[in-house]
Design a protein around this ligand. Structure first.
Ligand SMILES: NC(=O)c1ccc[n+]([C@@H]2O[C@H](COP(=O)([O-])OP(=O)(O)OC[C@H]3O[C@@H](n4cnc5c(N)ncnc54)[C@H](O)[C@@H]3O)[C@@H](O)[C@H]2O)c1
Length: 249
């Protein structure tokens, strides 16, 4: 990852934060982006403390102007882009589909799906113009390959991320631009805590459904994401990689 310029959305917490810190520790120049300024700055401080290079740029992925600005600022700072990790996401409501609010449906799709599309569009335009290849990693979910009860908007948006990934992989492989998608099961982050609501009984029941009988750690997902960004995965394109402890085996 040495000297690769990487933008990571939603890098102020959880999986995005772990990915930023790992990429920074391997010599990448990390653009840490989030709507959570405090979390984003904490990520940057950690990377710099470890001797790495990182900057925080605010970006709400539901806002097209913010997205354009983050790519422009990255180019003015580092003169190039190598990798993009579309990680920002929200789970939305936990509700039956007929009771799911229209407002939340639109919000989840705007962040999890349309945000990924606009970030890919900007990132691909730059990587294509540069002509040096590149790597994009999208963060979907097991809910991107099968249904998640009471999470209809989340499930729909995460399926869309898998579709966007595969279409782009077909289009840009010839330019040595690889696009892959990570599908994690439950990873111990604030999002997962919120979904399981700290209920020890339901946490134990869910763990029994996972062959490895435990939830994943953000660092374990980060390692897969950074590998997909790096040249070590130079012939991996269009993959949906489950990081799920075997849950869907
Ligand atoms: N934790 C899990 O169990 C799990 C499982 C599968 C997939 N995922 C996916 O992994 C990704 C990261 O989730 P996490 O578990 O680390 O959650 P998290 O809540 O810890 O981190 C998500 C980050 O995204 C940011 N964010 C939210 N809305 C945003 C917006 N509009 N623009 C920019 N940033 C925004 C948040 O501020 C936060 O810092 C998400 O896409 C999530 O759907 C998580």
């Amino acid at each position: 990852m040495k000297d690769k310029v990487i933008i990571i959305t939603g890098a102020g917490s959880g999986i995005g934060q772990a990915t930023a810190i790992l990429a920074g520790s391997q010599g990448a120049k990390v653009i840490v982006s989030d709507v959570n300024q405090e979390g984003g700055e904490a990520t940057v401080n950690e990377i710099i403390k470890n001797g790495g290079t990182a900057s925080f740029i605010y970006c709400d992925v539901a806002n097209k102007e913010d997205i354009k600005a983050i790519f422009a600022q990255t180019l003015s700072l580092h003169k190039k882009l190598d990798c993009l990790v579309n990680n920002a996401g929200i789970h939305g409501e936990v509700n039956l589909t007929h009771e799911y609010s229209d407002e939340m449906y639109e919000k989840v799709v705007a962040i999890n799906q349309t945000g990924v599309f606009y970030c890919m569009k900007e990132g691909l335009r730059i990587l294509h113009e540069q002509g040096n290849g590149g790597s994009i990693v999208n963060v979907s979910s097991l809910a991107g390959i099968s249904g998640a009860r009471n999470l209809s908007a989340y499930t729909a948006s995460k399926h869309a991320v898998v579709g966007l990934t595969k279409a782009a992989a077909q289009e840009y492989g010839r330019f040595n631009i690889r696009i892959n998608v990570i599908c994690p099961a439950i990873i111990e982050t604030p999002m997962a805590d919120d979904l399981t609501m700290g209920d020890p009984a339901s946490v134990e029941i869910i763990k029994q459904l996972i062959p490895m009988q435990r939830f994943g750690q953000p660092k374990e997902v980060a390692k897969s994401i950074v590998w997909l960004c790096s040249d070590d995965s130079s012939y991996i394109n269009g993959q949906e990689l489950r990081v799920d402890g075997g849950m869907k085996a």
